[in-house]
Design a protein around this ligand. Structure first.
Ligand SMILES: NC(=O)c1ccc[n+]([C@@H]2O[C@H](COP(=O)([O-])OP(=O)(O)OC[C@H]3O[C@@H](n4cnc5c(N)ncnc54)[C@H](O)[C@@H]3O)[C@@H](O)[C@H]2O)c1
Length: 463
């Protein structure tokens, strides 16, 4: 499809592909979805290697909750001369000051700060002494900042999701392929101890052939969503007033997609999605003096099912409205083993009648698997991880460590632009399905067919 047609489509389709739920008619949705299916990628950013960078010069955009955690993940890398944070941007000076206070205290220097208006970050991205942009702003900024950064010759790494409209998904693919810059979504759960252990077992054949997996983002966020001091300008709850679907797919889908070789021999084919009615967030808004947020459009629980080209199924859930304990499920089912998370348990099919289907491994046997298949990355980084456990128990450190070390070594990143876009695209696709009474929606091929090339996840490479 030509770029001109794409832009015409974008204006018309923007209504449906993530920005608002004011759905006009089903024909228009079908039209938008089928046109986006017809767009073509070349696959030229697959396995992308960039020249080695001895010391990666980093610019951080967004110094809110996430920026303040992520800057600490650079401490070991800065001390060991693998990276340096040279610039920081945020709307607010007090937030860039906070990051600089950390740099001053820990490394005895401060980074250049850009603040004061919503376009100030562009000055940071325009600099020619920055190699990598780290983007930790609200969702609506991820794609524009990543696109601008790549156009300015930077590698980019964005918080999740990297895009929430299909139009933005395609723009990221087109720009990453044309500029040959790394464009990674920082899906930290892919780097968690439990998920890497499961991945290692999958790759070593413990699970046999995979058939099904389940993931989720179940996290009671009501307090944070309604608190007018937590997210800048309460940006996050505003999405819940406009759309209905799964807004936060990637914590569940990232690890599952790596278990299932998605993008490396298999890919998503189609999705169906259904949302429950909404009750909990609006009740909380009314009860806690925030009636302006009482008209919630997003259902309390969204459940989506994805079928892959090779016939595997994935269930993915999203609930940040109800008072339930945190859960990402992390379920994976194969012909030889099953894993379920929260808490982690493992079933091994012993091929003996009395074992069939009835018992999780006891603690002793579970621990044997845990030790035998502990991922080499976690084994290697044990000491640094225990020093950096503030980042979600260590996974944030492992993610930033891998990102920087891959750039130092000039090897492909663990999560490429196709992974980033595909996992994120489930947000607008779930919204399309929900809006059409849970109809089946085709998933576009963002890879130009390269998903057919069988390869194991890059996560194990060159550890
Ligand atoms: N991977 C994870 O575990 C994880 C955890 C928390 C948040 N996140 C993600 O991180 C991102 C940020 O979330 P948060 O909780 O830090 O939100 P936040 O509101 O605390 O921080 C966002 C920051 O971006 C700044 N900002 C907004 N527009 C800007 C602009 N134009 N230029 C420069 N700065 C701008 C805001 O001032 C704010 O400080 C979100 O995408 C969220 O989904 C990921």
């Amino acid at each position: 499809m030509k770029r001109k047609d794409f832009l015409q489509l974008s204006t018309k389709a923007a209504l449906f592909l993530g920005l608002t739920s004011s759905i006009a008619c089903k024909d228009e949705i079908d039209d938008a979805a089928s046109k986006t299916l017809a767009m073509k990628a070349t696959g030229s950013a697959f396995g992308l290697k960039a020249p080695k960078i001895d010391k990666v010069r980093v610019g951080i955009i967004g110094a809110g909750n996430r920026g303040q955690t992520l800057i600490q993940m650079f401490d070991w890398l800065i001390k060991n001369n693998h990276a340096k944070v040279v610039a920081i941007s945020d709307l607010k000076k007090e937030k860039t000051d906070k990051l600089n206070k950390h740099l001053k205290k820990t490394h005895n220097y401060t980074a250049d700060a850009y603040f004061g208006n919503p376009d100030e970050w562009k000055k940071l991205a325009d600099r020619d002494d920055i190699d990598l942009l780290i983007i930790c702003t609200p969702w609506e900024w991820h794609t524009p900042m990543a696109l601008y950064g790549m156009e300015k010759g930077k590698h980019v790494a964005s918080e999740v999701p990297i895009a929430f409209t299909l139009e933005d998904c395609w723009k990221l693919i087109e720009t990453a392929e044309r500029t040959q810059k790394h464009c990674m979504m920082m899906e930290n759960c892919c780097f968690n101890n439990e998920e890497l252990w499961v991945l290692n077992m999958v790759n070593q054949g413990v699970f046999g052939d995979l058939t099904h997996a389940e993931g989720a983002y179940i996290h009671d966020l009501r307090k944070h969503l309604l608190d007018d001091t937590y997210y800048e300008d309460q940006w996050r709850i505003k999405h819940h007033l406009k759309k209905d679907g799964n807004f936060y797919t990637t914590h569940g889908l990232g690890p599952i997609s790596q278990y299932m070789d998605i993008g490396r021999g298999d890919t998503y084919d189609h999705i169906v999605s259904m949302s429950s009615r909404e009750k909990s967030l609006s009740n909380a808004a009314k009860k806690h003096g925030a009636p302006q947020f009482a008209n919630v459009v997003c259902g309390d629980m969204n459940t989506s099912l994805i079928k892959t080209k090779l016939g595997k199924t994935i269930m993915i859930q999203f609930d940040v409205h109800t008072g339930r304990p945190y859960d990402r499920l992390n379920t994976v089912v194969g012909t030889k083993a099953v894993h379920e998370g929260y808490p982690s348990k493992l079933y091994i099919n012993k091929e003996e009648l009395e074992w069939w289907g009835h018992r999780w491994l006891d603690e002793k046997n579970y621990q044997e698997y845990r030790e035998k298949y502990n991922h080499p990355l976690w084994a290697k980084l044990k000491e640094q991880i225990s020093d950096n456990s503030v980042g979600h128990g260590g996974m944030d450190f492992v993610m930033i460590y891998r990102l920087i070390r891959c750039l130092n070594k000039g090897i492909p990143l663990d999560i490429n632009v196709y992974d980033s876009v595909l996992w994120s695209s489930i947000t607008p696709l779930s919204e399309l399905s929900v809006a059409q009474n849970s109809s089946s929606v085709k998933v576009p091929d963002f890879t130009g067919g390269t998903w057919k090339n069988k390869a194991k996840s890059e996560m194990l490479r060159d550890v």
